[in-house]
Design a protein around this ligand. Sequence first.
Ligand SMILES: [Zn+2]
Length: 272
Amino acid sequence: MKMYITAFIASIVISGGHYLTKVYPKRPVQTQTSLMNIWKKEFQEKYKIALQDIQKAFDISDQEMAKLAQTLQELQAKDPAFNKGILTKQSQWSHPDHPLTQLVVTLLKEHNLCADAIEITIDDTATAGPAAAFQRYNETTDEVTNVIVLNNAAMEVLAPETREAILRHEIQHIIHYDSLEEGFLRCILKTLGYTAQDWETHPSMVQFRHLKELRADQLSAVQSGGTTIAAMRLDLSSRSFQEESICHPAPAQRIAGLALVEEAFKKEITVA
Ligand SMILES: [Zn+2]
């Protein structure tokens, strides 16, 4: 024991400032990366199951499901939003100098996305909520356009942390091609003879959408940590609509998901 203590003191003397960084970890980056890997993996598993449930419910062939996954992968591989070097078009931002556009651009860069390839529109009539993110697919050119729509009036009344948290959530929808994937799924279902009535409120589809929302919440929480989690939680608890919808889980469920991230952060920091 004595030897350990001596060695410990010696290590403080030798390493100096090093000791401090060990006790008060200055590098949340490492923690965040390992947490991100754990979280992504967990969602991948849940996602696989959710997709299988849809496949079973609507009797979609394995071949069709494999084709869907492959198509998404191929589209993303040639999407300039994910591949900085291949951008050919001018950036399409409705208000390039607007602070909201600038904030989105900063956050997109932080996520290694090419902001110039993403359409950023400020239009208060285009979305009821403060922000929305989706993909447009051009069948003729076989190209995807990622779109972020911002409602300035709805954004303006929010605290800066909430604004950022909401945008981070939307960016996760871009990263995962969430709307595009559902769009393609709908096309498959249509081809199989189903109508919107069959799938819109089907439990497997609702669960799938909810999972996308929880993933967007939690991955952005892991990505940016404490302030974002607190802002998201506050925003969710203040919403007038507290029930789940066919698109979104109940705010209480989303808050519970964020609490899991917070717990994990605490645990990781103690062992760091
Ligand atoms: Zn969302």
